[in-house]
Design a protein around this ligand. Structure first.
Ligand SMILES: Cc1ncc(C[n+]2csc(CCOP(=O)(O)OP(=O)(O)O)c2C)c(N)n1
Ligand SMILES: [Mg+2]
Length: 785
């Protein structure tokens, strides 16, 4: 094969035609898969669903990647940014044989092809995107913008892997995609693999033109060079010529990748970001499809985005267009009598695990090695008596993460938008550096191209890198400000959907969970105020299926360690852990913490005053600040209303509040009533929005007896106690509510409520005068006895 000679690409072009044919077959055909009889309306699906426009580009790229994988024995993962080109990737995995190996009834023959076509975008079949059922995929591409961030995540610590990542020109307009070009500044060619972006400028999004599609090559080149890439352009609309040009560009790009890696690995280090290659491919949208339908141009326009000819069942002219279109690929030359791809074409695909649909990294659970975790006793705080000492709980976790780095040198990464220190996780820098592939400057603090602490001020990249890292079988934690986790609420939703869909596919091995640590919470954003006060991410996770979603609100350091240990061992979950980084009272010794976390929620006997009898009122808490206020309220009542029987319940695993039918962690009814009674009033102090708890309690006995206090969008830059006062969640609000709700209020109830109101008035005046909380608040500790 001479790369410069278009004619030498005849068989590769045949493969490309086969993929295009199968793509269209999936979108349109119910029957008559190889057009062995004239096409009739009854051969056409009643509902035409899918996306043709992006597909020929994906098919071209896939075919060319096959060529170089086979030639050079490369380890390549394919990611389609425009994941709406699902039928194209399915077509290719079918052609290379992985589809039939994964789903034996979709055999490589006429009957199998018929089923392949019928299953696409039909009830009981497969979705239209590059979804979990597609072998070789870890990127759905439904929500556009994440292909590069996933690609970088997949190649970190995978030195042998190349991800070919197709970026749509519409997708390139998204914020996350624009931010993800920066991945190369965090990619160390000595120890990481490579990402080859292929920017596919087919000119259009759904119905409008694209910015880059309408930009000159020079403008696009400047943009990409500015991002640190060296672009190569391929354009055209004659397949053979495009093949020749694309082959040259791909070969050169791979040579560059190899040169970058070889020289960096020979030196053993890098101190500047090398210019990584990118291919810019300009081919028409819906290329090789019908030029015109009903007098309107289709190929090369936005009209090819989905289904270019749509009235095929009712309009004989449309039917004829479709038939001509399908025949234009000359299927009889491509498939044999049995409907199998002809052997000389099948030989163009790589074999075994080198096939992109069979790449083991795309089924990362198979490769996953469990983390080495030391016993958490090494990081535990001694808590001889509850509520006596203040500690920054996340510091203990920082020590645990430090040792995880030490013991798992290529299997774990922390992702964080530059808050590792501020989140008190700084102990990791005793073992690991921040990553930046750039020349260091003297005042850098633990920054190195060899670093593996991933600090990038892009929550999208933190999330996307961790998704890519975890889906390829490795472990990680994303630590971020609570309010700004909402930036990735949509990505988290997509990842949850991915995991949810995977649980229904036995061939997909479970992958390490996606772990979040939300610190700098709404209650203690002392420096920042209102913009930084938002606990809403919890509600995003709460809405996901119980098979994948977990939320933990450890009240102190030892509970945090227990929860973290559990999460880092778990698979296929979104684990959300919320705890603040500020000094906080410590409640449980490690053993009690472990038991509490294992139960998910328990009565804190030592804080309860019920003499073993049914309580008058239950004070419940979920969250660190909520726990503090609840215990302070319990202490106050113990002193001021000693006859009142008060039970204190703490909830660390929020999902236990759900009924067992709503969530697998949901407490059975007898356990729930053992904690919360059947008709006892419950004053529930909550970390997040009060409505969240009400939602969880649906279906529990007498849910109206739960009176929930929590964050209600009140806040500013103020003192910690003023925050709980502003949100009516302070100890005094809890006391007032408890006295109001008990069936038989103690004689002194009214006086005590008045006293609470008086203290709240005093507080308001005090903080405005003294700019700090009153001494009795600042110095609160749990009284023994
Ligand atoms: C974040 C996001 N916004 C909007 C959409 C709706 N959408 C689906 S396809 C598409 C156009 C994509 O254009 P492009 O990336 O150029 O892909 P291609 O032209 O290859 O189809 C849009 C806007 C989406 N899927 N994701
Ligand atoms: Mg486009």
């Amino acid at each position: 094969m001479t790369l410069s000679d278009p004619e030498s690409f005849a068989s590769l072009d045949a493969y490309f035609r086969a993929a295009n044919y199968l793509t269209i077959g999936q979108i349109y055909l119910l029957d008559n898969p190889l057009l062995r009889e004239p096409l009739r309306a009854e051969h056409i699906k009643p509902r035409l669903l899918g996306h043709w426009g992006t597909s020929p580009g994906l098919n071209l790229i896939y075919a060319h990647l096959n060529r170089v994988i086979r030639r050079d024995d490369l380890n390549v993962l394919f990611m389609a940014g425009p994941g709406h080109g699902g039928p194209a990737v399915v077509a290719n995995t079918y052609l290379e044989g992985t589809y039939s190996e994964t789903y034996p009834n979709l055999s490589q023959d006429l009957a199998g092809m018929r089923r392949l076509f019928r299953q696409f975008s039909t009830p009981g079949g497969i979705p239209s995107h590059v979804s979990p059922p597609t072998p070789g995929s870890i990127h759905e591409g439904g929500e556009l913008g994440y292909v590069l961030t996933h690609a970088f995540g997949a190649v970190f610590d995978n030195p042998d892997l190349i991800v070919a990542a197709v970026v749509g020109d519409g997708e390139a307009e998204t914020g996350p995609l624009e931010g993800s070009w920066k991945g190369i500044s965090f990619l160390n060619p000595c120890r990481d693999g490579a990402v080859l972006p292929i920017l596919h400028l087919n000119g259009y999004k759904i119905s409008g033109p694209t910015v880059l599609g309408r930009s000159s090559d020079e403008a696009v080149a400047q943009l990409l060079r500015g991002h640190g890439y060296e672009p190569r352009f391929v354009s055209g609309d004659e397949p053979l010529k495009v093949h020749a040009k694309f082959a040259v560009a791909l070969d050169e790009a791979l040579l560059e990748i190899r040169a970058i890696q070889t020289s960096a690995r020979a030196r053993g280090s890098v101190n500047a970001r090398p210019p990584w290659p990118v291919i810019v491919l300009r081919t028409p949208k819906g290329w090789t499809g019908p030029a015109e339908v009903d007098g309107l141009a289709v190929a090369g326009t936005f009209r090819s985005h989905q289904v270019p000819v749509s009235e095929v069942r009712t309009n004989p002219e449309h039917l004829a267009i479709l038939e001509r279109w399908l025949q234009s690929y000359r299927p009889a030359e491509l498939f044999d009598e049995q409907g199998k791809l002809r052997p000389e074409l099948a030989a163009l695909a790589p074999s075994g695990k080198r096939r992109m649909g069979a790449n083991p990294h795309a089924n990362g659970g198979q490769l996953s090695v469990p983390l080495k975790l030391r016993p958490i006793t090494e990081y535990a705080l001694a808590v001889p008596s509850p509520g006596q000492e203040l500690h920054e709980s996340t510091r203990q976790l920082g020590q645990m993460l430090r040792d995880i780095y030490r013991d798992n040198p290529d299997n774990f990464r922390l992702f964080c938008p530059d808050e590792t220190n501020s989140n008190r996780l700084g102990a990791v820098f005793e073992a690991e550096q921040r990553c930046l592939v750039a020349a260091p400057v003297p005042d850098d603090d633990h920054v190195s191209p060899d670093g593996r602490v991933m600090e990038v001020l892009s929550e999208h990249n933190c999330q996307g890198w961790l998704e890519g890292y975890a889906l390829t079988g490795r472990h990680g934690l994303f630590a971020t400000y609570e309010a700004f986790a909402l930036i990735v609420a949509s990505m988290a939703t997509q990842h949850a959907k991915w995991l949810e869909a995977c649980t229904e596919l036995p061939w997909r091995s479970p992958v390490p969970s996606l772990n979040y640590l939300l610190t700098s919470t709404c209650w203690r954003n002392d420096h920042n105020g209102f913009s930084h006060q938002g606990p809403g991410f919890m509600d995003t996770v709460l809405s996901k299926r119980g098979t994948v979603a977990r939320i933990y609100l450890p009240p102190d350091a030892n509970c945090l360690l227990s929860v973290a240990d559990h999460c880092l061992r778990s698979k296929n979950y979104l684990n959300l852990v919320i705890i603040d980084k500020q000094p906080q009272l410590q409640w449980l010794d490690l053993e009690s913490a472990k038991q509490h976390c294992a139960r998910g929620a328990s009565i804190w006997e030592w804080a309860s005053v019920d003499g073993g009898r049914a309580p008058d009122v239950i004070l419940a808490a979920a969250g660190d600040t909520a726990t503090l206020e609840t215990l302070a309220a319990a202490a106050w009542l113990r002193e001021k209303a000693p006859t009142l029987r008060v039970r204190v319940v703490n909830v660390v695993d929020l999902m236990t509040l759900f009924t067992p039918t709503a969530h697998p962690h949901g407490m059975p009814e007898d356990r729930f009533s053992a904690l919360f009674g059947l008709d006892t009033p419950v004053i529930f102090a909550f970390h997040g929005y009060p409505g969240t708890v009400h939602q969880l309690l649906h279906g529990r006995p007498n849910p109206q007896r739960f009176h929930v206090r929590g964050y209600q969008e009140e806040g500013t830059t103020t003192t910690p106690f003023d925050m709980v006062v502003l949100n009516q969640t302070s100890r005094f609000h809890l006391v007032i509510e408890a006295l109001r709700r008990v069936a038989h209020p103690p004689a002194e109830a009214n006086l005590l409520s008045d006293e609470c109101h008086e203290i709240l008035r005093k507080h308001a005046a005090y903080v405005r005068e003294n700019f700090q909380d009153m001494p009795e608040i600042r110095d609160f500790s749990w009284r023994r006895g």
